[in-house]
Design a protein around this ligand. Structure first.
Ligand SMILES: Nc1ncnc2c1ncn2[C@@H]1O[C@H](COP(=O)(O)OP(=O)(O)OP(=O)(O)O)[C@@H](O)[C@H]1O
Ligand SMILES: [Mg+2]
Length: 216
């Protein structure tokens, strides 16, 4: 079930962003990706999520060539195998906390209120299921986003600076959660971060530059 990236390159028009990216993300592994602003970390994550296209190279997951899938197949692959935590939370404002967390299960026709409640417990939001996102703090919103990314027990969790908007104590608690929850289900975690504290928790730290992804 590993995610394999071979010779990946990304250009926007004629402008190269990165090239020669090789990566094997194993089940249960926690990899941090660091690199200067603008080097293409978010672009790389979007490619790995099959949310964006790439210019060269191949991404395969458990033998499935993501580049060969059409839009509908990519969406289906994401729903089944992927959890994504965005820097800016992307919690849906008109849904309450429990409805936000339940969304991935709903999309899989696997609605499960008990699982949602257990997930809210796990991230310390018990009793807050009926609250609207506008009434939550930044740390609480990020915990909703993490619960939503994990509720369907995806094999791969991609997180783009999930602690970027949080104070150090809240950031540490959010990282504890992300690690504990991915470890519990044997998921792979790929984390993009500018934080040394967050990167220091990873099994491997890789640095993205124009010429590829290397051990830091
Ligand atoms: N849709 C787009 N069209 C054209 N250029 C883009 C697009 N999205 C990103 N870029 C450019 O690609 C480069 C990489 O952007 P990206 O957001 O992936 O960087 P990043 O490493 O995530 O940076 P940061 O650490 O600031 O989040 C930047 O120069 C950016 O301006
Ligand atoms: Mg970015």
């Amino acid at each position: 079930m590993s995610l394999l990236v071979e010779g990946l390159a990304k250009r926007y028009g004629d402008t190269p962003v990165f090239g020669n990216v090789h990566l094997r993300l194993e089940p249960g592994e926690f990899v941090a990706v660091v690199g200067e602003s603008g080097v293409g970390k978010s672009s790389l994550l979007n490619c790995l999520a099959a949310l964006d296209t790439w210019s060269e190279g191949r991404i395969t997951h458990d033998g499935t060539d993501l580049g060969a899938l059409d839009e509908a197949q990519r969406a289906h692959w994401r729903r089944r195998h992927l959890g994504f935590v965005f820097q800016a939370f992307h919690v849906l404002p008109h849904l309450d906390v429990a409805q936000n967390v339940a969304l991935p299960l709903l999309l899989l026709n696997q609605s499960d209120d008990a699982r949602v409640a257990a997930m809210l417990d796990a991230v310390g939001l018990q009793g807050m299921g009926a609250r609207l996102p506008a009434s939550l703090s930044g740390g609480q919103l990020q915990r909703v986003a993490i619960a939503r990314a994990l509720v369907h027990r995806p094999a791969i969790v991609l997180a783009d600076e999930p602690t970027g908007n949080l104070d150090p104590d809240t950031a540490a608690r959010v990282m504890d959660l992300l690690q504990a929850q991915t470890r519990e289900h044997g998921s792979s975690l790929l984390l993009v971060t500018h934080s040394d504290a967050a990167a220091g928790r990873a099994d491997r730290v890789l640095r993205l530059t124009r010429s590829g992804l290397q051990r830091d």
